[in-house]
Design a protein around this ligand. Structure first.
Ligand code: SAM
Length: 250
């Protein structure tokens, strides 16, 4: 698969396609479903992901963030939380050059996923008690990067959805802090106005730089935002010892 080179919707990418806007006739579809379908059919990132072989348009969010911050480097090990259908895993595989002989990318999702070359997949709820140990075992060492694009299933009650996704972000951050290699990075989906100060403070204490990123591929009308914490400072020696003791006892 060729790495993408142009931003969809730019003057050189698919301008003709944009002119032919697809409209869905009024049918028995609910208005909200019709609007979603129209937006999907007219989305340049959806067209481009089909042409370039990515499983999801969300792949471009990671591509855009990584093109700017260069966190995914050749040879690094990556854990991808909430991996289905696999767009982020595909990008990670290309950029860290993972292969079936040396799998450097592990993805977890409770949804079933089709296999991907260079990726070890776990079908498991990340909130399950055994998930952290299973992820570490699958990767066979500490990760350099923890990615999380996890989003809670929508309930129709936006406040509830918001709280659930924020909870996933917090658990992902705890996981990253407990397993990352020093110098490692953490990237996670969050919501505008949703990142609790307590979480930000914890990340700032543990990483040299922490900030929010809104890639162009993330829809402007969406409250979605990404939290990028770079250069993990490492765990205090007593915490590393405790973790090693627990590992030896278990
Ligand atoms: C926006 S999608 C991820 C898209 C993915 N980054 C890609 O590029 O294909 C969010 C995913 O998070 C998963 N998810 C949500 N909560 C989860 C949990 N507790 N454990 C594992 N996966 C979870 C969902 O099943 C869903 O597949």
């Amino acid at each position: 698969m060729k790495p993408p080179s142009k931003r969809p919707g730019s003057s050189t990418a698919g301008s003709g396609a944009r002119a032919l806007k697809t409209r869905i006739k009024k049918t028995k579809l609910k208005n909200s479903s019709r609007r979603w379908l129209e937006r999907h059919l007219n989305d340049p990132y959806v067209h481009r992901s089909k042409m370039e072989g990515y499983r999801a348009r969300s792949a471009y969010k990671l591509i855009e963030i990584d093109d700017r911050y260069h966190i995914l480097k050749k040879g690094l090990r990556v854990i991808d939380l909430g991996a289905a259908p696999g767009g982020w895993c595909q990008v990670a595989v290309q950029r860290v050059t993972s292969s079936d002989e040396d799998k450097r990318v592990v993805g977890i999702d409770y949804l079933e996923m089709d296999e991907l070359p260079g990726v070890k997949l776990l079908q498991l709820d990340f909130l399950d008690d055994e998930a952290p140990a299973r992820l570490m075992e699958a990767l066979g060492g500490s990760p350099d990067i923890v990615l999380s694009d996890m989003a809670a299933p929508t309930t129709g009650h936006s406040r509830t959805d918001h709280i659930r996704t924020m909870h996933l972000c917090e658990v992902a951050a705890d996981f990253a802090i407990s397993v990352l290699k020093p110098g490692g990075h953490f990237l996670a989906k969050t919501f505008q106005g949703g990142t609790e100060n307590e979480l930000l403070d914890r990340l700032k204490k543990n990483f040299k730089s922490v900030h929010h990123v809104k890639p162009a591929a993330s829809r402007a009308e969406s409250v979605e935002l990404y939290l990028l914490a770079r250069d993990f400072k490492g765990r205090a020696p007593e915490i590393v010892e405790e973790a090693e003791d627990a590992e030896n006892e278990g």
